[in-house]
Design a protein around this ligand. Structure first.
Ligand code: BGC
Length: 416
């Protein structure tokens, strides 16, 4: 292991999502879904979370103590507009207060507007399966933009449109548990339009803002690099899973998978957002974690080089700044996380166009189908007492921020 420096403009922080952390969530699609026995591994619901909505001041204090520079957070649409067309001013004020406090502490925010969950009323209308529903999302975006003006400049419209469309409408694992390729394509198509329209609204309301979205990227490799079929299938899987939607959302371009968006072609991104966790191998149209690398608690193959290769490829294709909007590991014992951070940050440390790295996540949270069982936090959470304890990897992360480098002292301290 070798020490390394971070290029001068690279900022480090943490990412989270409202449904996973806020607590008292009982009005969105994931809450309803979690009430069905057997859907969530431990039958927990997002109602508990880590009570961040109540404890946000303490959490920001902790972030500040850990010298976190940047924070990616999301807004709970089901809270802000719990009934169709009725925006709750007290909730808006809450987010203004939270964001103002972050600003005061010098932690700059990137705000996600849609992170997987929908208000129940929107879900009941068919959510993004219907093009006429897009306006409901845009009304919320407009309201939020008008009220947050002057307090925030960086926005991520939609988190992982590819994972949402696939898990909810093709694999049937997430609400509303549909299994239809046709619906998944329609949803992806409508999400692309939603992003482009939200991009326009945000720029109209806050002209100096930066807007993008966070796509999920897996390093998809052929199982055998000598097998022409594996290679072709890996290429096809990359197109279906991540590349087509990128083209549509960033540029409004027609793709075979999503069809024509009937939007003007243009440039609808001010940064490229990459959520990256793992490498998978493709063989006979089956996609599985590879055998070579180490695995996290969920069996995902760890492959830091994949992050670098993806950044290089996307930069070549799209240019401009890249933000690593999520990268992290499920590791309850915190055994692999220190090295995971070392190797993934190293992989991007000299790429001067990668401007931000948001570690997923700050405090253990409600991990969708895994409920409270999966531990992704730099900070451990005791769900009973809501006590937060900084893990060793959290301490390491603070040192990495302070030194703006991974020093030989850190290597000795954390890996001897
Ligand atoms: C999602 C997060 C999730 C993380 C770990 C990402 O796909 O955006 O919400 O917690 O992966 O599974």
């Amino acid at each position: 292991m070798k020490p390394y420096k971070l290029h001068k403009d690279l900022k480090l922080g943490v990412a989270s999502a409202s449904t996973q952390i806020e607590g008292d969530i009982n009005n969105n699609s994931f809450y309803e879904f979690s009430l069905i026995k057997g859907r969530i591994k431990d039958d927990s619901t997002p109602f508990v979370g880590n009570q961040h909505y109540k404890l946000y001041r303490e959490d920001i204090e902790l972030m500040s103590k850990m010298h976190i520079e940047i924070y990616r957070m999301s807004i709970e649409w089901s809270r802000l507009e719990s009934k169709e067309g009725e925006f709750d001013e007290a909730v808006m004020q809450h987010y203004i207060d939270e964001i103002s406090l972050l600003n005061e502490k010098g932690i700059s925010v990137l705000i996600t507007l849609h992170h997987f969950s929908n208000p129940i009323w929107f879900e009941k209308k068919g959510a993004f399966t219907k093009s006429q529903n897009i306006d409901y999302f845009l009304d919320y975006v407009e309201y939020f933009a008008q009220h947050i003006k002057g307090k925030a400049n960086d926005f991520c419209t939609i988190n992982e449109p590819n994972i949402y469309a696939m898990s909810s409408y093709f694999l049937g694992k997430w609400p509303p548990a549909k299994k239809s390729l046709k619906l998944a394509r329609v949803v992806a198509h409508n999400l692309a339009i939603s992003h482009i329209e939200a991009y326009r609204i945000l720029h109209r309301e806050i002209p100096e803002c930066h807007v993008g979205f966070a796509n999920h990227f897996v390093y998809l490799a052929p199982k055998s690099s000598h097998n022409i079929f594996d290679k072709m299938e890996a290429f096809l899987m990359r197109y279906l899973f991540q590349d087509a939607i990128m083209k549509a959302m960033t540029q409004g371009k027609r793709t075979r998978l999503l069809g024509s968006l009937k939007q003007d072609k243009g440039k609808y991104y001010d940064f490229i957002g990459i959520n990256y966790y793992m490498r998978n191998e493709v063989h006979k149209f089956d996609v599985k974690p590879g055998e070579k690398g180490e695995k996290n608690d969920l069996g995902w193959e760890i492959y830091p080089e994949g992050l670098r290769l993806l950044c290089q490829k996307l930069h070549k294709q799209y240019g401009g700044d890249i933000y690593i909007t999520e990268n992290g590991i499920c590791d309850a014992k915190d055994k692999i996380r220190p090295h995971y951070i070392y190797s993934h940050v190293k992989a991007i440390s000299d790429l001067d166009y990668v401007k931000r790295y948001y570690h997923w996540t700050f405090i253990d949270n409600w991990e969708w189908l895994e409920g409270q069982t999966a531990k992704f936090g730099l900070v451990d959470l005791n769900y009973e007492t809501q006590e937060r304890t900084i893990r060793k990897s959290g301490e390491l992360y603070t040192e990495l921020i302070d030194n703006h480098a991974f020093t030989s002292e850190m290597i000795n301290k954390y890996f001897s």
